[in-house]
Design a protein around this ligand. Sequence first.
Ligand SMILES: Cc1ncc(COP(=O)(O)O)c(C=O)c1O
Length: 372
Amino acid sequence: MISRRAFARRLGAAAAATRMLPEMAYAQRAAVDLAGLPPDMVWLNANENPLGPPAVSQVAMREMIPACNRYHYQEFGEMYAAVARSEGLSPAQTVVGAGSSEVLHTAVDAFTSATRPLIAVAPTFEGPAEVARALGRPVVLTKMREDYSADVRKLAEEADKAHGGLIYLCNPNNPTSTITNRADLDWLVNNLPANTTLVVDEAYIHFAETPEIESALSYVRQGKDVIVARTFSKIYGMAGLRVGFAAAKPEIAARLAALRINVISIVSARAVVAALADRENILRPRRASFSRTRRELCAWLRERGLKFIEPNANFAMIDCGRNAREFIGAMPRLGVAPGRPFPPLDNLLRVTIGTDAEMAKFRDVFWKVYKG
Ligand SMILES: Cc1ncc(COP(=O)(O)O)c(C=O)c1O
């Protein structure tokens, strides 16, 4: 098995050679000096789930391995149907891809052009903007509000100015862990300018507890020009299996499906079907345990008088009181890797919520660096 460090060393070449390696490529840029890191390194840099794939998925994957000599194309219909059913959609309203990265990629390709930009807030998940740039499509980034929420009116104004395009809204947002509330989302959907499609990236929605957030799936069901991107990488703990999906009305879904590359791995497909069959038993305890660990982190930060953005996902942004690069550079040598820098939020450090033991180590190391 390749070690994470050896893998990371190879990453420079890989990132240069591929079109898109979202968190992996970004982790590479996190100014982490990989030489001489402790062997028991705690990785809290890529919003991964330390719980891993659910036990039922692991069993299903193991059972599948000996039969991997076949393509299994005939089985994918069942998997697509299971994904669609899990959200009360029809297979014609869903497109499964290699992670949500692939369906976001297809959305950018299909709904931006040389004149119709990708429009997003800054900072947000960079994947869609990077794809747009690689395809030679314009990218317009708008300022967030003071409370780090997306200014939906600005997003719509920019789409109007460009006579259309694709608005990318990450809800909850990576890296700020803030939400776009239901009133703002509703306003945006109902005020989309002509030739404008909205893609709402709900990679982290399972971690949000506030009643102020609502999935945009209801707008898909109403037939609006809305795409919802979901992933099995986060709460399901399957980032390495590469499964995500888009939900959209059939006309939009067909345009996305035409641009996807192929089916996913049958091993990953089996893992997803197994997880969806036991969905609530997986999601409920995972959500509860993440929330508890997140609450403990927030309580600790409050006790020490440290400022942070109230988190709504499996990561939090902490105000270091000085440039966060100092922490990003120093913490890995002490055994904890936090997130990369997120300019212009220079004083904020993103930390993924790990296990209780990992978070205890994070607090210890963070405090050491904070105290200097
Ligand atoms: C907001 C957001 N969307 C999408 C992705 C891509 O995830 P995946 O391709 O693993 O589904 C990430 C990865 O971290 C993310 O943070």
